[in-house]
Design a protein around this ligand. Structure first.
Ligand code: HEM
Length: 449
């Protein structure tokens, strides 16, 4: 009996040693593979404060210089891998896009509507994407050129009469009006438009607020407005269905679907709101930067004015408004626009989430980690865009290197608006084929070299 405790202890000790050695000899699958270099920052907050207190260019470039073009970090409560290599960004967004799903905060998904195109993968996504793209094809936009001109002609005298204008504010008014005719067609009644506008602005105010759903918070007000907007849209949809008049625009395309392809009212509403959100702020920001860059470079402003005056003269000679063909005949203006898209990089980066452990270039991206292709950092890399801080539209006289110019993203989730710019410039924005067979971006050339 007296031998038992020492024997028991000895056996336990041996087991413990063997077990520990086995554990040390056979690390878990994940540990065998290396995580990318980088710092995860402080516990819980990671590097979030650094990102929000530093110039984003500095935040990303210091880490890229220290760790290379694929590094780990921890922001907004999530471990993540940041990517500033065009080739790796292409793997994430195009070649292995099925392993990286788009990811958004739940509050944003609630606000826009969970059935909107952004939040989906697979057949539902590609079906919707085709529909959205079809209503932004040149053939559809051509028909809107004179309407868009009318919007500008209405706004110009107001700007002329006002001593000081807030450019972003005014560009938002303009891009909202353009978004409305693109989405609802030309037959929208003024009253209906105004009602939607009020609700939309309320949602916009709460969109980037703290997602605190308590009475009186901007988030709470925005969620209430979102509900009301849904009701208004359902009424509008019903009215168009009853009148057997789809009214044109994206709504017309979505209402025109028959049989199995038909979408429910809430699928339609979520996508209508989603597209307005995606189109409105981005376009207004690009236009604001465009005006700022022209203001800061008077020689370019003069050259752009000359190009536009030339077109205006031809129009006056033939007594006509601006046409689609005119917009295709503005090489300098288009280069200024391309350079604005690069220099301003409105979407600095996007988010994806690894759906399983993925190994890229010898590094492990664990399942559940966020992956951020850094568009802005790629646009500011001097290997691809020499003297990147210089605003120089002439750099676009030759097509940029493949996968280095990504203002509209790349792959299955790239922006439907990107095809516009392709048509204008004649070269592809993100020259890599979309792997998603059902995705229209393949057939119309988004992502093709
Ligand atoms: C010049 C202004 C714009 C810029 C810079 C821009 C940029 C982008 C980028 C970078 C993405 C990809 C996001 C990602 O991969 O996660 C995207 C997606 C998207 N954009 Fe735009 N966009 C602009 C204007 C528009 C307009 C006018 C529309 C209206 C149709 C639009 C609709 C969308 C939609 C629906 C998506 C999501 C596509 C999907 O998930 O498949 N955008 N945009």
């Amino acid at each position: 009996m007296s031998l038992f405790p020492p024997l028991f202890l000895f056996v336990s000790f041996v087991f413990l040693v063997v077990f520990t050695l086995r554990l040390r000899r056979r690390p878990p699958e994940n540990e065998k593979r290396r995580l990318p270099p980088g710092s995860m920052g402080w516990p819980y907050i990671g590097e979030t404060l650094n990102l929000y207190t530093q110039n984003p260019n500095t935040f990303f470039s210091t880490r890229q210089n220290r760790h290379g073009k694929m590094f780990k970090s921890h922001i907004l409560g999530c471990p993540c891998v940041m990517i500033s290599s065009p080739e790796v960004a292409k793997i994430i967004l195009v070649t292995k896009s099925h392993l990286f799903k788009p990811t958004y905060p739940t509050s944003k998904e609630m606000m826009i509507g969970p059935q909107a195109v952004f939040f989906h993968q697979g057949s539902y996504h590609s079906h919707l994407k085709k529909l959205i793209q079809s209503s932004f094809l040149p053939s559809a936009v051509k028909a809107l050129v004179s309407e868009i001109e009318a919007i500008v002609l209405d706004l110009l005298p107001i700007w002329d009469q006002t001593e000081t204008i807030n450019t972003l504010h005014e560009m938002k008014k303009y891009s909202y009006a353009v978004a409305m005719i693109s989405v609802f067609g030309k037959k929208m009644e003024v009253e209906e438009m105004e009602g939607l506008k009020e609700l939309y602005h309320c949602i916009e105010k709460g969109y980037n607020s703290m997602p605190l759903d308590l009475p009186g918070t901007p988030f709470n007000k925005a969620m209430k407005a979102r509900k009301l907007l849904n009701e208004r849209l359902r009424k509008l949809i019903q009215k168009r269905r009853d009148n057997r008049d789809d009214g044109g625009g994206l709504l017309g395309v979505l209402l025109g679907l028959k049989g199995k392809e038909q979408l429910s009212d809430s699928q339609i509403a979520d996508n209508i709101i989603g597209v307005i959100f995606a189109a409105h702020d981005t376009t207004a920001s690009v236009l604001t930067w465009l005006l700022k860059y022209l203001h800061d470079h008077p020689h370019l402003l003069d050259a752009v004015k000359m190009e536009q005056e030339d077109i205006k003269c031809k129009r006056l000679e033939t007594n006509r408004g601006i046409t689609w063909d005119d917009t295709r005949n503005m090489p300098l203006t288009n280069r200024v626009l391309q350079e604005t898209l690069r220099a301003a990089s409105i979407l600095s980066f996007t988010f994806r989430e690894a759906v399983e452990d993925v190994e890229i270039e010898g590094y492990l991206i664990p399942r559940g980690w966020k992956v951020l292709p850094l568009f802005r950092t790629i646009h500011y890399c001097s290997d691809f865009f020499p003297d990147p801080n210089k605003f120089d539209p002439s750099r676009f006289e030759v097509a940029p290197r493949a996968n280095t110019f990504l203002p509209f993203g790349n792959g299955a989730h790239s922006c439907p608006d990107g095809m516009w710019s392709e048509k204008m410039t004649g070269y592809s924005m993100a020259p890599s084929p979309c792997p998603n067979k059902g995705c229209l971006s393949n057939s119309i050339g988004i992502g093709e070299s």
